[in-house]
Design a protein around this ligand. Structure first.
Ligand SMILES: [Zn+2]
Length: 195
């Protein structure tokens, strides 16, 4: 697919209508289903074998636990897909940015550690607020400026900045990978970059 170069990166991209994006969404949902079925299968079989061989637990208890965990994997995939399908395209404005010092408990090392929570708040034109957060990573925090107009894309659950004219980087709206603004396609998933 070819694009004319009338867009000087100051407006939303026409490339959202590229069939490659729709295909990515479809494949992504199919992979979620396949992956969760494999995980569910491993859980059911794994716990049954554990019940047979371990002295800690017997069947059918182990088998039922495996069934419960396997069912959970399927439910998670179902809700992920439903969430993506239900999502809508909407526009908003970056209204707030903040960095907060946080503490968390690392249960493996039994230690408290400090981290920074970077948050960008977007107010949709319908008034609802949405947050983009990242731990110890200020890339997105620096990417968005207060007052920036942004568009949330249906099915992808990612944001596109309207004015990209002074940027050196761009996030792939399909797989969220960071790309150079000069590129036309994401180096990782090969989807067109929205520019
Ligand atoms: Zn990508």
């Amino acid at each position: 697919m070819r694009y004319n170069n009338t867009n000087n990166l100051t407006d939303y991209s026409q490339r959202i209508d590229d069939p490659a994006i729709a295909k990515y969404i479809k494949n992504n949902n199919q992979w979620s289903i396949i992956f969760s079925i494999i995980l569910a299968f491993v859980a059911v079989v794994g716990f049954q074998i554990y019940g047979e061989t371990s002295s800690e637990m017997d069947n059918p208890e182990a088998f039922y636990i495996g069934l419960g965990i396997g069912g959970m994997f399927l439910l998670i995939a179902f809700f992920q897909i439903a969430g993506r399908k239900k999502s809508t395209t909407w526009d908003g404005t970056v209204v707030e940015k903040n960095i907060r010092k946080k503490r968390r408990h690392d249960k493996y090392q039994d230690m408290w550690e400090n981290y920074l929570l970077y948050q960008v708040t977007i107010k949709a034109d319908n008034g609802k607020k949405h947050n983009i957060t990242a731990e110890d990573d200020d890339t997105k925090y620096n990417y968005f400026k207060i007052g920036d107009r942004v568009r949330h894309h249906k099915g992808l659950n990612t944001y596109e900045k309207q004015d990209k004219s002074s940027d050196t980087i761009i996030f792939c709206n399909a797989c969220a990978t960071l790309n150079n603004i000069e590129e036309d396609y994401c180096f990782r998933c090969k989807c067109p970059l929205l520019k």
